[in-house]
Every structure is written in structure tokens, then in C-alpha cells.
Ligand binder design. Structure first.
Ligand code: OGA
Ligand code: NI
Length: 365
């Protein structure tokens, strides 16, 4: 579904970040330089004090004995309560496939810009090559090149945006997305169980879930203290699966207790986070966490991100099991398609996008 903008936009010239670097200019163009309050503190860029978010062993949930299963479910529940993020190991996805998707992604980003621009992300849209979520000329830009595709259902695909170069790109994306889809379905079952709900509760509600993928390439930046790789946001999905390029530097940061916490990559693990949709469905019990990416002075970084969300027709609102007298509904009901359109037609702005669904507390004016 291409978002329909009902307002005119002028995004001005969006520099391609990789091309800037080739120009060997050391001065960062003004459009990338963040206001002081938004700049990442040097101490948190490449901090040796990075944190490893909880690590969930999926094999213990899929085929562990009763004790292991119970322990892992408790860990999952604590991770979702406290972080909205966890990493998953023993996820069952062939490690060669993870390598392969990284390889084709890097090969794509290394193509000449003219080649990549054959698949342009039109201003105000979110598929293709370019920068998403830019709606005005004075909006700050992220130090990142993106390539994004809608995958499921087929109706959201735009075949013109599927690269023919590298030649194995499309096949690899197809295989990868099928595997990640299975993982999302499994994780949602365990997330339901961790809430004391029936395991299929989300899948039964979601219909044919929407799945999209974004590859984010963050070139090294001579002044990582002035820019952001990706603006602060929460994801609009139900679940997000993020693969960090092998040997990746630290780049992902999560806002926890008002502090940006850098996340240490774990080899071969996938990073999972709760999106806004699960926050609404659980009436705020499992919250989507605000996160962002920062850049590195010498090293580039790749991430491959899958967004898994209910079908657009799905009606979303707090589930009855999550609402009672002490926990009145904090969110209204709406179709996921409405939220999705709202999300992709607004700039990334922390958790503000979710105001769309919030019911103001009764005693607040
Ligand atoms: C995203 C995202 C973080 C990263 O694409 O939604 O949060 O580290 N990416 O690339
Ligand atoms: Ni995100």
C-alpha cells in the first residue's frame, strides 16, 4: 500500500550519504547537523559500557524441557517488561542465510549511485532506495542510506523496486523473509504465553500479517558527535527483527530511564523489539521502546530490519484480558491500516507517533 499524502511536500535536495563521503569533504552539510539537544553524547558513542540486553534461547522455548521452557518464558516476560527489546540465539535460521542477506545488501549499497537510483524512494513514500520519513526542506536528515521493500501480502509489492543487481538479491530476500516470518510467528506465540494468553491469540487476530524489510547502511562519519544515523523512534509494527551486520560496531541505542543505552551486538543473534501495536494490544504492559542509531568515525555499519504487523484490516485496541477496573483502556480502537498510514506520513519523532492511539487520562486537561 503506497501511503497517500494529502498534503504537498517539498523535501529539497537529499544528499546521498555515501556520495558525500566520496567528495572527501570533512564539513558535515548543515542538514545533517543536529540541534545541540539532539546530538549524541560522545560518551555513549562506542561506549565500552554498552549493555547486552537479555538473550533468549529460542531452542529452549521450541523444544526445551518443562523447566527450561518456564525459565526462558520468565526471561522473555522480564525482557519485554523492562526493555521492550531482547536478542534471540539458537533461532534456527541458517547462519549461511544470514551471511547471504548481508552480502547481497552490501553488494547493493556498494553499487554506483546511478544504479541504486533506478529504484528511487519517491518523496513521502517508504519503499526503494533513499531516505524515508522526510517531509520538509528544513527537517534534519539521518546519516544513512536506506533500501526498503514491502513483502507480504503481495499487493504491497512494487516489482519495479526489486533490484536485478546483484542477481541473487531478490531470491535471497524471498528466502530470508520466509524464514523471518516463521520466527515472528513463533515469537508471538511465546510472547502471548508470557502474558498468560492463549498462544495463537495474535496470529488469529492478525490475518495475513504485513511484512516489510529495510536495509540501513550507515557510512562512517567524520563527526559522529554531530549527526544521528537514524532519528529516535519506536517501530509501528507488532514485532521487529533486526540483524546487525557481522562485526558491526555498536550503533543501536535504546532509551531506558531517560538514558541512551548502546547495545552490544551478540554474534549470530537477532535483535527483537516490541512495536507500538503490541503496546496497544497489551494496554501498555509491553511497551515499544524508543531507539535510534548513531554512527562511527571510521567504520560503516549495516542493519537488516524486518517489520511484522497485523493486516491493514485488523482492528487494534487493548485486548479485553489486559483491561480491568484498575487498568482502564489507555488506547482507542482503530484499524492497523490507519495507524500504518499515520506512521509513514509523519517524521520519526520518538514515541509521539503513538499519540494517535492514546486516550488522555481522565483527570488531565
Ligand atoms: C529501524 C531501526 C536501528 C538500526 O530500522 O527501525 O531501528 O540499528 N534500526 O539500524
Ligand atoms: Ni526501529
Amino acid at each position: 500500500m503506497a501511503p497517500v499524502l494529502d498534503f504537498p511536500i517539498n523535501v529539497g535536495l537529499i544528499d546521498d550519504v555515501q556520495e558525500l563521503k566520496k567528495g572527501r569533504k570533512t564539513k558535515i552539510p548543515n542538514r545533517f547537523v543536529r540541534d545541540v539537544a539532539e546530538r549524541p553524547a560522545v560518551a555513549t558513542i562506542q561506549s565500552p559500557l554498552s549493555t547486552s540486553i537479555p538473550v533468549i534461547d529460542l531452542s529452549k522455548l521450541m523444544k526445551g524441557n518443562k523447566e527450561d521452557f518456564h525459565f526462558e518464558i520468565m526471561k522473555l516476560s522480564a525482557s519485554c517488561d523492562e526493555w521492550g527489546f531482547f536478542q534471540v540465539i539458537n533461532h534456527g535460521i541458517d547462519l549461511d542465510l544470514l551471511k547471504k542477506i548481508e552480502k547481497v545488501a552490501m553488494e547493493f549499497f556498494m553499487l554506483p549511485v546511478e544504479e541504486k537510483q533506478k529504484y528511487p524512494m519517491a518523496p513521502g513514500t517508504v519503499q526503494g532506495y533513499g531516505q524515508a520519513f522526510v517531509f520538509s526542506e528544513d527537517q534534519k536528515l539521518d546519516w544513512c542510506n536506506m533500501f526498503a521493500l514491502g513483502l507480504v501480502p503481495h499487493s504491497i509489492r512494487n516489482p519495479k523496486l526489486w533490484p536485478t543487481n546483484p542477481p541473487t538479491f531478490s531470491d535471497t530476500v524471498e528466502t530470508y523473509s520466509r524464514e523471518i516470518r516463521k520466527l515472528c510467528k513463533d515469537l508471538l506465540r511465546f510472547i502471548a504465553l508470557s502474558l498468560g494468553l492463549r498462544d495463537n491469540v495474535f496470529e488469529d487476530m492478525f490475518g495475513v500479517s504485513v511484512q516489510a524489510m529495510r536495509m540501513n547502511y550507515y557510512p562512517a562519519c567524520p563527526r559522529p558527535d554531530l549527526v544521528l544515523g537514524l532519528s529516535p523512534h519506536s517501530d509501528g509494527s507488532a514485532l521487529t527483527v533486526l540483524q546487525q551486520g557481522k562485526g558491526s560496531t555498536i550503533g543501536l541505542q535504546i532509551l531506558k530511564n531517560n538514558t541512551w543505552v548502546p547495545i552490544q551486538p551478540v554474534p549470530n543473534a537477532l535483535v527483537i523489539n516490541i512495536g507500538d501495536t503490541i503496546e496497544v494490544l497489551t494496554n501498555g504492559r509491553y511497551k515499544s521502546s524508543e531507539h535510534r542509531a548513531v554512527t562511527h568515525k571510521e567504520k560503516d555499519r549495516l542493519s537488516i530490519v524486518t517489520f511484522y504487523a497485523p493486516s491493514y484490516e485488523t482492528e487494534i485496541g487493548p485486548m479485553p484480558e489486559m483491561v480491568d477496573e484498575n487498568n482502564p483502556s489507555k488506547y482507542r480502537r482503530y484499524n492497523h491500516g490507519e495507524y500504518s498510514r499515520h506512521y509513514v506520513t509523519n517524521k520519526l519523532q520518538g514515541k509521539k507517533t503513538l499519540d494517535f492511539a492514546k486516550i488522555p487520562p481522565k483527570n488531565s486537561f
